[in-house]
Design a protein around this ligand. Sequence first.
Ligand SMILES: Cc1ncc(COP(=O)(O)O)c(C=O)c1O
Length: 400
Amino acid sequence: MAFFSDALARMKPSATMVVTQKARDLKATGRDIISLSVGEPDFDTPAHIKKAGIAAIERNETRYPPVSGIIPLREAIAKKFKRENNLDYKPSQTIVGTGGKQILFNAFLATLNAGDEVVIPAPFWVSYPEMVAICGGTPVIAPTTLKDNFKLKPEALEKAITPKTKWIILNSPSNPSGAAYTYDELKALTDVLVKHPHVWILPDDMYEHLVYGDFKFFTPAEIEPRLYERTLTMNGVSKAYAMTGWRIGYAAGPEKLVKAMDTLQGQQTSGACTIAQWASVEALNGPQDHLPKFKKSFEERRDLVVSMLNQTSYLECPVPEGAFYVYPSCAKAIGRKAPSGNTIKTDEDFVTELLEAEGVAVVHGSAFGLGPNFRLSYAASSKVLEDACGRIQRFCGALR
Ligand SMILES: Cc1ncc(COP(=O)(O)O)c(C=O)c1O
């Protein structure tokens, strides 16, 4: 009898974690390594939010919370959806989880049966197909192209939908490409979805606030009210408030789905950490003036990285609208010889050789379902990014 479960066998370890660990191991041997593989802001949690967490401890807010979240946070979430997305939700239609990750997981666990399909545009966040598979569903990958800036076209969406489709995930701005849908681009997709009433929509708006220039963010239920009854809009405090370690994510949607997710959560975590929930109340209700600073800094870094990568003849890097990733194509490097003498056959070879030759860790695109590309996270100082991109230029210059 096998000891490990079939469910575990359906899941791959996260490629981003694997690369990050490899970079850490190399660093431990004394190598000069720059790791641009992680998906978290390099800023500290703003002071007023930290203080709210400390105050919660001192008030002894340290007992089991209600499973779906403390009422003040569910109220703050409902207010956030009204204020920022013009969406009406009662607190009872919201749920707080231990990170956006738990929200997604429970939405799938609550709804997927064997054979149910989930449409996932590629390139995708590494966890989506794994979560769908472990919950017994079938991921259906809908490809995009660099030419379309990695955005799903309505025709590709139409093609991916079958009678078995239960969900589509729409992640804008995207991890790993940074691409974000404009109003018109999103409307073209919601027009398709209106015609398929059996399909539920899961917008992952985790990077909502990290958009640059004059880009304006929209979420599907806001654009198309006819989708409201079958949309679970997911968001969280991890990225916009530099709170990745606090582990708070949330969603709003139809009450019957929220209740089902509550049932699951009641047997898993019994609700998210109370202290982190109180800090998140302050994040959502309190001043937002850290955001322009975060955005300005990320935008400058994005521009630096895109410009430096495009100076090498082997890379092609579109300008992403948001998040803190770029997703350049390394197609022109395929077939070339790296300084080690090895021929680069895949994007995985490219990132392995780059790490070996220049000590820069990035993640291969095939892990995100679309290559040959790689994801570089620019959540690092401009000095580090300049050094890293200089090394990437030198690596490309040495290809034969
Ligand atoms: C697209 C996307 N969705 C969801 C998450 C999960 O966020 P959390 O830290 O709240 O679990 C991440 C984290 O990397 C992400 O990139």
